[in-house]
Write a protein of this length. Sequence first.
Length: 300
Amino acid sequence: MSTECFDVRTKDGRTVAVWRDGPADDSATGPVVIMAPGFGQRMRSAGVLALMLTYNGATVYRFDALDHVGLSDGEIVDYSVTELMEALTAVVDTALEREGVEAVSMVATSLSALPVVQFAADRQCADNIALMLGVVNGRQTLLKVLDTDYLDWELDDLPPRVQIDKHSVDPRPIVAETRVVNWWELSATTDALSVLDIPVRNFVAADDDWVDIADVRKAFESAGLDQDNVVEVAVSGHALLRNPVALKQLLVDVTRSLIPGEGEPAMPSFEEIVSLRGSERELERHHLVSREGGQADPTE
């Protein structure tokens, strides 16, 4: 896999760090895939899936979210779906222009499913979506995580910080955005899904402590989508990506979902996966060097 590191700007001038991955021999014949990070995840969290997709001919754009962990502007204390949407918009627009395509495939993990589904519905420039542990009912997910439904609270009454997946977050940006958009509601996700005439699949773990599979099934049914597109993964919990056995099957399923073909998708070797995991931190360092004026050659 060959990876190019660069930055893009949002309409407000904020910096979003992007990695463009392609086959090492520059033989991309598959789709252009945009990968949106889950809460608390960096670009390198999706390295193995990016490797798998490029192995099967895809060109992949990964990015770090704004107001989050990683190389993009802001800190995770100020997290909001609105800023994730801004980053997503800038990356998709860049990919469409650079690759000369009219549509992209999209992968969203966990909370990033909320803006990805909304973006796809609004822009109609996605031709395939794979959601991994995709949140469809943001309000219910926050309630599961925080044990309190803060979304209807007055801003002045909110606690200064809440803990989401071991990260300290100011709840005011999240609550404030609900006054403008309703992305956190199940009804909003259902409405967005209902206008999409493309394949949309949600790979959901059993007994997920963030995502209730009943909500996913309800959203897909209400939107008129086939229940076969709700794929239950036979592993419990939201930490699915930390389970090697489940991760391998998920890599195969998501790749097959985005790149249909005869037979099983091509798999990278165990040695390649181990090597990639060890090089992702170096790739971050490489990106920072290029941002500071150093050479930004593709890495392999």
